[in-house]
Design a protein around this ligand. Sequence first.
Ligand code: HSE
Length: 421
Amino acid sequence: MAVKHVGVALLGLGVVGGGTYRILKSKREMIRQNDNVDIEVVAVLDRNEARIKELGIDGGIVAKDIDEIVNNPDIQIVAEFFGGVEPARTFLLKALYAGKSIVTANKEMFSKCWQELEKAAEQGGGGLYFEASCVGGVPVIRTLTDSMQANTITSLKGIVNGTTNYILSRMSDEGVDYDTCLKEAQRLGYAEANPSADVDGFDAMYKNSILSSLAYRRRIPIENISREGIADVNVKDIAYGKELGYTLKLLAISKLKDGKLEARVHPAFLPNSHPLSSVKGSFNALFISGDNVDDVMLYGRGAGALPTGSAIVSDIVFCAGKDTHRRFPFENEQVQTDIEKDFSSVYYVRFDVKEEDGTLGKVAGVLNKNKVGVKTVLQKSADTLIIITNEVKESVMRKALCEAEQLSGVERVAALIRVEE
Ligand code: HSE
């Protein structure tokens, strides 16, 4: 069979763009032999001359603008590495309308613009490939689209942000403070340009939107995902959680319960025995539960030039082998997402209390009155009371805590952390 020649353009040669260029160069012959496609980088778009030189790119393939790429008939696939919504969105829409396929790692742009990209792809006939947008080098997208067809997915739980997992792991295992961990994550190239995207949970929310939309075959817009980050996590709670047998993680969660979906991103305690608890540092993992397959966990590097470049190159090869492309029709309709905002959870609550007799009894009374069951009580010191509840609706929990804060012996609710069991 004749080798298929495919021309690729790379938009942006930063960390992941540069990693992708290097992989495409070093593996070109291997891919040609194994997959029968010859992938050639025909154009790059980046103004950074030093970077172009550093990567050893021939100046003759540096495009002056996106139109030169869009109008080049030798380019079939456009891979984008800019990050952020613009100009990535505009450039990729142009490429799709011109009939090219796109490959992207850009979770923010993809989660926000999926519908219009889908429309442009349908019109132009190209495909959308976004394996690298979620969980770096770990093949989570293709697992959900191509290996789970026999299942109704019932839940996803994931550590999908390397920066926050790196920070929480080091705070927990080595007692390093939050600011030092964040600076180190930036230095190692895990963090987004604006680290708020990581620590405030935006990045995990974008990824949750993409993964959950694929898992449940309906659109889960980011507006329907409740989000909390790790900026307020107190090292004391990580330590108290440890004593209770829990590990703190920033989780992206979605669940299908009685036909209703819940989707959220927040710090959560997991029992130490849960496989996600052992995922450390910049590693990520996605724990998928389906009605037939039961539990599947995918684990690997969630960030970094080469792991993410690996996912990009796999998409390029996968796309190159296709004459027709997968469509995501749920994106083309106004699908009603039946989202449950008032979800149920087990809670860890830390109260700052006054040194008064009878406070524990009064707190227990308020919880009992609100039908919040108590599983564990830990009186850490005269002024610190920790309670683990039974599963309860978020609205009920918050109402009970408002009432508890009115008690004379209670200073404040100092921490409220969900527990995923
Ligand atoms: N900032 C992201 C992370 C990069 O830390 O996971 C990979 O998407």
